[in-house]
Write a protein that binds this ligand. Sequence first.
Ligand code: TRP
Length: 330
Amino acid sequence: MDKKGRVFSGARPTGRQHLGNYLGAIRNYVALQEDYHCVYCVVDLHALTTLQDTEKLREWTYEMALDWLAAGMDPDKGTILFVQSHVPQVTELHTIFSMLTPLGWLERLPTFKEKVRQQPENVNYGLIGYPVLMAADIALYKADTVPVGVDQAAHLEITREIVRRFNFHFGEVLVEPQAKHTEFPKVLGTDGEQKMSKSLDNHIEIAATPEEITQRVMQMVTDPARRFRSDPGHPEVCNVFALHGYFSPNEVEQIERECRAAEIGCVQCKRLFAQNLAAYFAPLRERRAALSARPDDVWDVLAEGARRAEVIAEAVITEVKDAVGLPLRR
Ligand code: TRP
């Protein structure tokens, strides 16, 4: 089979993955493997820009990689799965890129301003350089396609500008990547208000047991205007209904009709959702259990990924240094 080009994407190590991670990223990562050469990276160095204590970093890397593998991100399909800090060439490219990046581009980024608001006591040098490191991630593998959420659009634009600048000054060495935005809308948490996130504890883990799933789903906030069982519901504003669309494809029309007619109550609707969710992820849970019986295997997969990534990275960084005019070592 002829694959199209190279995909690169990265995610910070956040441990066990939730529905937001799955619908927004993981399922696309899995699907893209059919058409592209894929490179997927656990960006542990990026995590250091916001992490106060690093003691969870290894565990969260392991747990995330476990979910990724269980979900079907698969080195046997040619996918390279690795940990960012295992391929240190990225920090060299980051340094070179940092000299090409006007500070103004970084200072005016909404994502940077937001972080400054969130952690005013820790506005470190790495934080402002976050998008430069991301540009180095992508360019080091000459990836042409980057699947990211719309929240990363501005970062990807910076990558493109850095690459253009590099190529303008030093010759057409690097590849200007295209964003491939995922079409799933923002996944809300169980509160029905904020984006699903582990730090807000409003998440549902994809590898949760059926009991845990039920417990979380029953806490989900539904249509706020529907106060009594006899009130007609408004599926278009209900977070549970939005997710039914994905996990209950065969029942979603009936649910919509019955909700509007007050024929089905929220409790019943959520029970059904919990059941479908547990069934949908049953194969993933099984694969995860099998993989976690041999924890070393996951680290071996990541080590093999790093070895393959480094072959590409070493060739590109050599080409970059040569183009820049740095004296090459002999
Ligand atoms: N910035 C991304 C995020 O916060 C993570 C990331 C780092 C990334 N390097 C990348 C995404 C390269 C895509 C490509 O989600």
